[in-house]
Design a protein around this ligand. Structure first.
Ligand code: HEM
Length: 603
């Protein structure tokens, strides 16, 4: 009980600390103490004006550090088995609070650089989420509340299944909404610290448009914060509906579920008022208070529906967990996407400043990683049935599904703003389209139709197009030809794998072409798409994207690949041929892009 009480006190103190932090900025007191950690060389300066606000923030931070250290120490020595799985999280909180204090010091010493100040905001929210988790999870288990959050043991089996599904949807919905609110708040911090708060003075549009073109970056930051509010509103509404369906007459949960949408409406109103009142202090302070309460409500909802960590749960070492997270992002596929995206960047006519090049590349890497992680989450049931995938982290239980959900959502929530801000609206929209098509259409469709292959090839072919649009801001013939090459190439490439792994896919229940229309027809499809691939690869010459060197190599490679495909029409062609075609497809694409780059370099 002592530990639980202390955890609640730490979470409440952190909430207050965040609000005092908001006051420091809102009253313009951030640099009232020019030094750090002391204020004018003393721990007890004269408490008046800005010094009183800034130094109160430091004293409150000191209290939170002491509370957090005590909490971690008590959890470590506690004999309560329920505290065992929380120890690591408690020490993570200690790490975060020290990082937070350090960032606070750096931001003062460096005179409030935007990046450090925004990181300070982000870390404070991560820390708050961590202590909130500890406060909720350290609650002593009463026998009457055992099994709360899970379907009642006396319910009929069918009703139990329905209840379990509702709980899972509520937990997932709230987790995704919490991540969405977190990123919207970090973006709010960026609005504040980059001086973007009054970058557009009209509401609700920003300079008369949802996404003003050719505008100063601060205008885009402000516009993105407003667009983010729409996404957050949708996520919180979904989370509320899912939680209400799972609440089963639990008044606390119903109240928490209803609080979400109400807080969003208030928050949006406060945001609009912050602009029209030219940053009235009470309004911006309440905007911060409501945002933090909204974050807490979504974390609370998620924890109410997620099963508590098992007391006897195996704790995997950190490096292994990090390696597993990286595996979720499918690094090899992500690497290929980076290569094709870079190809688009390189080939597009025009010039992109280096920092924007790097940032859009990071954005693309993150969005692909996000799509892959969520794909693994959705397919974890069937991955266990296939030889190729049965050692994946979620299948072997090395990571919980919630970790994959949060990881995928965090990557996507970081990637989309990056693509929009560093690239442009078109590149951001294409990235979002690729993500949605892969996760929400292609992944479920694989189980019902072989046509999923053609849907999945669209997000696979978008990265070079995105590289191109990041430079030019528009889709033209050259960009479409690059998209076409990647789209058509994936068909023989995947069908080759499907042919030699058809047993594996069949076991998992995937509707792949060889199992639906037969191997012979699949081989004809391979030949048809290889011929189309050759034709479109030769278009880059006439479109002035490449010169004669590339065209010659593309023609030779195209003929070679087509002949290889045609060899599959022989009766004698077996799985060995399919495997060789798969490797040939990899060689084909690598050499084609190499020729393109050499041709371009020599031109
Ligand atoms: C659910 C939606 C929203 C959330 C969670 C949210 C959250 C935040 C947060 C956490 C901050 C930073 C406060 C700080 O660092 O002290 C912020 C700043 C800001 N937000 Fe929002 N916000 C939302 C919607 C909006 C909307 C719709 C607008 C409308 C224009 C808006 C306008 C602003 C402005 C102008 C600032 C800067 C205030 C300043 O410089 O003091 N927000 N927001």
């Amino acid at each position: 009980m002592l530990v639980h009480g202390l955890a609640i006190a730490t979470a409440a103190a952190t909430y207050l600390l965040i609000l005092i932090g908001g006051l420091v900025h809102g009253t313009g007191s951030s640099l009232a103490c020019p030094d750090w950690p002391t204020c004018y060389g003393t721990m007890m300066p004269v408490m008046q004006g800005g010094v009183a606000v800034e130094h109160s923030h430091r004293l409150a931070a000191g209290t939170v550090v002491i509370l957090t250290l005590t909490l971690a120490a008590l959890m470590t020595v506690s004999r309560d088995a329920g505290h065992r799985p929380l120890r690591r999280v408690a020490w993570l909180a200690v790490g975060l609070v020290f990082a937070q204090a350090l960032l606070g010091g750096i931001t003062v010493l460096l005179r409030l650089p935007t990046v450090v100040s925004t990181l300070h905001t982000a870390t404070s929210l991560l820390f708050f989420s961590t202590v909130l988790y500890l406060a909720v999870r350290s609650r002593p288990v009463r026998s009457s509340s055992a099994g709360e959050g899970a379907p009642r043991p006396t319910a009929p089996i069918e009703a139990e299944g329905v209840a379990a599904r509702r709980h899972a949807l509520a937990a997932n919905g709230a987790l995704v909404a919490a991540v969405g609110v977190f990123f919207q708040m970090v973006l709010g911090g960026l609005v504040r610290h980059s001086g973007a708060a009054l970058a557009c003075l009209d509401v609700p549009l920003c300079r008369g448009s949802l996404w003003p073109t050719e505008a100063h970056p601060t205008v885009l930051v402000q516009a993105l914060h407003r667009l983010g509010a729409i996404a957050v509103a949708a996520l919180v509404l979904f989370s509320a509906i899912a939680s209400l369906r799972a609440a089963a007459r639990r008044p606390g949960l119903i109240a928490l579920a209803l609080a979400g949408p109400i807080l969003v409406v208030v928050q949006v109103w406060l945001g609009l008022r912050a602009v029209t009142s030219f940053l009235d202090l009470a309004t911006v302070e309440t905007h911060l208070a409501v945002a933090t309460a909204l974050l807490a409500s979504q974390i609370g909802l998620a924890l109410a529906s997620l099963p508590a960590p098992r007391r006897e749960a195996v704790v995997h070492p950190w490096p292994r967990a990090v390696a597993d997270l990286i595996q979720l992002a499918k690094p090899r596929i992500t690497g290929l996407v980076i290569a094709t995206f870079s190809g688009g960047l390189w080939l597009a006519p025009g010039h992109l400043p280096r920092w924007r090049m790097v940032t859009t590349l990071i954005g693309t890497t993150l969005i692909v990683g996000a799509a892959n992680a969520l794909n693994m989450l959705i397919e974890r049931d069937v991955d266990g049935l296939m030889e190729r995938t049965r050692h994946r982290p979620l299948v072997e239980g090395r990571l919980p599904p919630a970790a994959a959900l949060v990881f995928g959502t965090v990557l996507a929530a970081a990637a989309i703003p990056l693509l929009l801000l560093a690239g442009n609206a078109l590149t951001g929209i294409l990235g979002t389209l690729a993500f949605v098509a892969y996760v929400a259409i292609y992944t479920p469709m694989k189980r019902t139709s072989p046509a999923a292959l053609f849907v999945g090839a669209v997000p696979g072919a978008l990265p070079p197009l995105m590289g191109w649009t990041a430079v030019t801001g528009q889709i033209d013939a050259g960009a479409l030809a690059l998209f076409g090459i990647l789209f058509l190439w994936q068909i023989p490439h995947f069908l080759a794998i499907a042919l030699y792994r058809s047993d594996d896919y069949g076991r998992a229940g995937f509707e792949i072409l060889p199992l639906v229309v037969g191997e012979k027809r699949t081989r004809f499809v391979i030949v048809a798409f290889s011929a189309l691939l050759m034709a479109i690869s030769l278009l880059l010459g006439p479109l002035h994207v490449a010169g004669p060197l590339y065209t010659t190599v593309a023609a030779l490679l195209g003929v070679g690949f087509l002949v290889w495909g045609l060899a599959g029409l022989r009766e004698a062609a077996n799985r060995l041929w399919a495997r060789s075609l798969f490797f040939a497809s990899l060689g084909y694409l690598t050499l084609l892009f190499a020729a393109l780059i050499i041709d371009r370099t020599l031109a």
